[in-house]
Design a binder for this molecule. Structure first.
Ligand code: CP3
Length: 350
């Protein structure tokens, strides 16, 4: 089955988000929020009621609706595709689930070379529902760009090796330190799957991609550089070949920001713990994304906006700045407060 050739919406050329991602001058600092679709929105809870997380990710009509919800509500400068970093693993047949309030849980954790070899590579025909959802979304979004995403090899490996969420990533790092052949095979396997997942989304019309290495902050710069970065770089290189801007994000990565940029990012995502000015100094001639503390939405509005202004001002020193929270929207966030924050960022300085 081939999809009809469609050219990108001409309004995308004016997108503040895409301009900032390419380091071009912007009409205003663009803003979107990681996890902008999700449990903080009543309309999300309504459409998700009685539908499992993975099930909803495989239903194009639901993916389109959920992705559009925060765009409609807030008028953010970009949409992020509603899916999950483990969805492509599910698509190739890994037995896993996403448990509410817990996260991804893998039935049979990966520990040996045979376990790695048993995971098939991802081919586009395994995810026709992704192509359908992205094509439908791009048509609905018009001039608002869609960000495609995938999990980076280390963060995805953590779920596969631990079997679920982990604080220390001890088994994962034990494999990295003690079984380099298994580690290398696993990282290559995931890199191939994540890159293929990004390729499917961009082929269907996504205008930018974000690689989530949420748990990379557990690594020393040395181990990141030697054992992880080459595999993330492989994913970013394949995404770069598609001509779309690449955002590379992790949590607690103050020591890794330079390397995460060098891995092949156009924009480095920064969590709230690192002052943006410091992050800009570390990433060199690349853009930055971030980095308001996600708990500031629980502060009085004037406190929140004063801190947002500081982030915007600091961002002016960067090659490009995309405003975001330093990590995902916390589920108890008041959507009205995110609305005020969006309006504040988009009208700041004008
Ligand atoms: O950002 C968005 O709005 C797009 C959708 C998105 C989801 N997961 C939907 C989701 C994105 C970009 C992700 C990425 C993701 N998934 C990451 C990297 C980003 C990050 O937060 O650091 C990670 C580590 C995962 C794994 C995962 N999936 C976790 C930790 C959880 C949360 C567990 C929980 O319930 O608190 C999930 C489930 C998940 N993924 C939800 C959503 C909206 C919640 C499921 C629900 O609503 O029932």
């Amino acid at each position: 089955m081939t999809s009809p050739e469609t050219s990108p919406d001409p309004r995308l050329a004016e997108s503040a988000f895409l301009k900032a991602a390419r380091g071009e001058p912007v009409p205003h600092t663009p803003v979107w929020f990681m996890r902008q679709a999700g449990r903080s929105l009543p309309e999300y809870l309504e459409v998700r009621s009685g539908v499992g997380m993975l099930e909803s990710c495989m239903d194009p009509a639901l993916v389109i609706e959920i992705t559009l919800q925060p765009v409609r509500r807030y008028g953010v400068d970009a949409a992020i595709f509603f899916s999950d970093i483990v969805l492509p693993l599910k698509a190739v047949g890994v037995d896993l689930d996403i448990k509410p309030g817990v996260g991804p849980v893998v039935a049979k954790p990966v520990r040996t070379l045979a376990d790695v070899d048993a995971i098939p590579d991802l081919t586009p025909d395994q995810v026709p529902f992704i192509t359908e959802a992205v094509e439908g979304l791009v048509a609905e979004l018009g001039g608002t760009p869609l960000i495609g995403f995938a999990g980076a090899p280390f963060t995805v490996a953590s779920y596969l090796v631990e079997g679920g969420p982990s604080k220390e990533h001890a088994r994962t790092k034990a494999m990295m330190f003690g079984a380099p052949d298994v580690w290398d095979a696993l990282m290559r396997k995931i890199a191939g799957i994540s890159a293929a997942y990004l390729e499917v989304q961009v082929a269907a019309g996504a205008s930018a991609v974000q690689l989530f290495d949420s748990w990379a902050g557990a690594l020393t710069p040395r181990d990141y550089r030697d054992q992880v970065m080459p595999h993330s770089a492989a994913v970013l290189a394949r995404a770069g070949a598609l001509g779309v801007p690449r955002i590379h994000f992790g949590v607690g990565t103050a020591n890794l920001l330079g390397l995460m940029g060098e891995a092949g990012a156009d924009v480095v995502g920064v969590d709230w713990r690192t002052p943006l000015a410091e992050a800009i100094g570390k990433v060199g001639d690349r853009g930055v994304q971030g980095n308001l503390d996600p708990t500031l939405v629980f502060a009085p509005t004037d406190v929140m906006t004063a801190r947002a202004a500081e982030v915007i001002e600091a961002g002016r020193a960067a090659t490009g700045h995309i405003f975001n929270l330093g990590h995902g929207v916390i589920p108890t966030t008041d959507p009205d407060q995110l609305m005020r924050l969006t309006e504040f960022v988009q009208s700041y300085g004008s």
